[in-house]
Design a protein around this ligand. Structure first.
Ligand code: ZN
Length: 205
């Protein structure tokens, strides 16, 4: 599955959903307490298993287990830690910058309402509320994304994907490709909505 982390990033780059150093993925195996995460600023077109960082999730945050001092975990480490910390099963968290989703949110589309209108999405992908504009790599973005994904006080993730205004998306799946599929479905209907020329019926943000 570490290979899939690089493969998903290469596909996202080919699709134009990230520029070469953008985006990040984490992966936790079942009950391991260990998180694998993409390195900060790495060119995603040359991302392979030996570049993936290994961290131990601790009560206060995490401890880096990888030995290479030249690489650091993704700047969105806090977001990944929050979304992985309370989970016991195998889980991948994927953060990308898909063009049409960002454009649709920018145009005022409510992604949750839009997804509900398209059965190809609503049947397989639970779309959460969009996270407002917040600084990238910030604790505020991490917390707001976690709250949007859980939407409750239970720490249990109830959505597969949320948009992040003027920035990107965060998606969760059992493996990197499952999370990627949620992004692909939402990106598809975002493009349809934009191409339709119809104005958003309600302004989300
Ligand atoms: Zn980002």
């Amino acid at each position: 599955m570490l290979t899939a982390m690089g493969d998903v990033m290469r596909r996202a780059y080919d699709k134009g959903w990230i520029t070469t150093r953008d985006g990040n993925i984490s992966l936790c195996r079942k009950n391991s307490g260990i998180m694998y995460i993409t390195p900060s600023g790495w060119r995603k077109t040359i991302l392979h298993p030996e570049h993936i960082m290994k961290v131990k999730i601790t009560p206060a945050g995490c401890r880096i287990l990888s030995k290479n001092p030249d690489i650091k975990p993704s700047g969105e480490l806090d977001m990944h830690l929050l979304l992985q910390r309370y989970n016991k099963s195998c889980r991948a968290v994927v953060h990308l910058h898909p063009t049409n989703i960002i454009a649709a949110i920018y145009a005022g589309w409510n992604m949750q309402s839009l997804a509900a209108e398209f059965p190809e999405v609503s049947r397989y992908t639970r779309v959460g509320p969009t996270v407002p504009i917040l600084p990238v790599t910030s604790q505020e973005l991490a917390t707001a994304t976690f709250k949007a994904m859980t939407n409750s006080s239970s720490n249990i993730v109830i959505y597969d994907i949320v948009g992040q205004a003027n920035h990107g998306v965060c998606a969760i799946g059992d493996n990197p490709w499952d999370a990627y599929e949620h992004i692909e479905r939402l990106e598809h209907i975002a493009e349809i909505a934009l191409r339709s020329g119809i104005k958003p019926r309600e302004l989300e943000i």
